[in-house]
Design a protein around this ligand. Structure first.
Ligand SMILES: [Zn+2]
Length: 455
């Protein structure tokens, strides 16, 4: 079934890859070419994308700009593999990867105590040095080229995580977890945690935010309202505003958590209002989960331009709840997908699409929805271009279009076939199999800016 020899994959730009092309488009809709190509220039940008037989003559302009002679640009035929944009994972926890798939049946707070805090507490430099490169390879192997990652509370381990991302080539947003109310490390002097955490986070941001021409970015990362004081939330949001970095946290994941937040912040109208009072809402703010929201909270998220990382597999794994996705999309919220590993058991964004689709289907059978179901192509968009929009990087990633960075993956769709020799050249059918029959080894290559990622 998969006996075809692997072609030599281009390791760095410039190059041209020929294959079946499937991508969402900025202006809406999807482009599919049964015999397409992506031309990557020497800076790692998409210089041309389209039908193979219509490809322009090799670029003299490129050669004139100092690139290699146009006739020396390698052309690699990857047919019948699919060329897709790299997937965007808006929410995952780097130190937690080793415990992915463990702890089903526990609720959020019990699961954190038993399976997560011990791992994060052990996330020192040595641990990060081993784990981070392996994690980035695993993301690339799953087809994820942009990952938004929570670390642990220790500054040196975050430097290590950034260094490994710089070396690996993945596009990443990373943040040191901030906790000054409930934390897992008694060695941190309680009265110094706030100041220490803010200072270390600001230092990390200064060192890493915008590194490699914006490939690496920083996110100030107060874990969630249960583990942070109002001052921590407010000061971290201020730092994010001042530096242009992201601000990310968890919002309304679990009902038990929601009750705790109400008790801790009696002055707030609702959960979102805790973050609103900290000046934490806005277009650079990414809220993970956000599943138990009132109409007021949905409207306030929309009005503030805040962004949502929808983590459907995690929500079912921990029995946290079900997102009323149709309401959010109808309200015009900016929503992308997150694996939330390790609360989500699977790194693959295709798995998130599948679980998300099943969840919404189940919701319809219970509630009856007037909105049409999302199609496989729409789920594919949510895991790629919509994710890039959540991050505000849709001008550089998320789809295969001229002028964007060459963040792309090559997928052998034969892994998704129910029987050998079964294939399709219908884009909706291809997307459907990628999502509902995804295979852990189907992604054959992933590039960021035309650089092949170790996987
Ligand atoms: Zn999370």
């Amino acid at each position: 079934m998969h006996e075809r020899p692997t072609p030599a994959l281009p390791a760095k730009p410039p190059f041209v890859v020929r294959g079946r092309l499937l991508t969402p488009l900025d202006d809406g809709g999807t482009r599919f070419e049964a015999d397409g190509e992506v031309g990557v220039d020497s800076r790692g940008r998409i210089a041309w994308v389209g039908i193979w037989s219509e490809r322009p003559a090799a670029s003299q302009a490129e050669e004139d700009a100092g690139g290699p002679p146009a006739d020396e640009v390698p052309i690699v035929d990857l047919r019948p593999w699919l060329l897709l944009p790299g997937m965007v994972d808006l929410h995952a926890h780097l130190p937690q990867l080793p415990n992915a798939g463990l702890g089903a049946g526990l609720d959020l707070l019990a699961w954190l105590e038993r399976y997560i805090f011990p791992l994060e507490e052990a996330f020192d430099v040595a641990s990060a040095r081993t784990l981070a490169p392996a994690a980035y390879r695993a993301f690339a192997h799953a087809g994820t080229t942009t990952a938004v990652l929570y670390g642990a509370v220790y500054e040196p381990s975050l430097d290590e995580a950034f260094r490994a991302a710089e070396e690996h080539g993945i596009r990443a947003v990373i943040g040191k977890v901030m906790m000054d109310r409930v934390t897992y490390d008694d060695r941190l002097a309680r009265d110094e945690i706030l100041e220490l955490s803010l200072r270390q986070s600001a230092d990390l941001c200064a060192r890493w935010h915008g590194r490699d021409d914006g490939r690496l970015q920083y996110a100030f990362t107060p874990r969630f309202a249960v583990s942070c004081t109002a001052e921590m939330l407010r000061e971290s949001a201020r730092l994010a505003r001042e530096t242009g970095a992201y601000w990310m946290t968890h919002l309304s994941e679990d009902r038990h958590e929601g009750e705790t937040v109400r008790r801790l912040f009696p002055e707030a109208i609702d959960y979102l209002d805790v973050y609103d009072r900290a000046d934490g809402l806005g277009e650079r703010s990414i809220f993970a989960h956000a599943i138990h929201l009132s109409p007021r909270e949905i409207e306030r998220l929309r009005e503030s331009g805040s962004r949502i990382a929808h983590c459907p597999a995690s929500n079912l794994f921990l029995a946290s709840g079900v997102m009323q996705l149709a309401r959010y999309l109808d309200a015009g919220l900016s929503v992308g997908l997150g694996s939330d590993v390790a609360a989500g058991p699977d790194l693959s964004m295709f798995a998130q699409m599948r679980v998300g689709a099943y969840t919404q289907n189940a919701l319809r059978t219970v509630q009856g929805e007037s909105r049409p179901m999302l199609t496989p192509l729409e789920w594919l968009r949510m895991g790629s271009l919509d994710g890039a929009r959540v991050l505000g990087i849709e001008d550089v990633a998320g789809s295969l279009e001229i002028g964007k960075d060459a963040d792309l993956i090559a997928v052998d769709a034969s892994f998704t076939a129910p029987l050998p020799g079964i294939d399709s050249d219908d884009p909706a059918e291809l997307a459907s199999r990628l999502i509902f029959r995804d295979h852990p080894d189907m992604v054959q290559a992933a590039w960021v800016r035309g650089r092949l990622l170790p996987s």
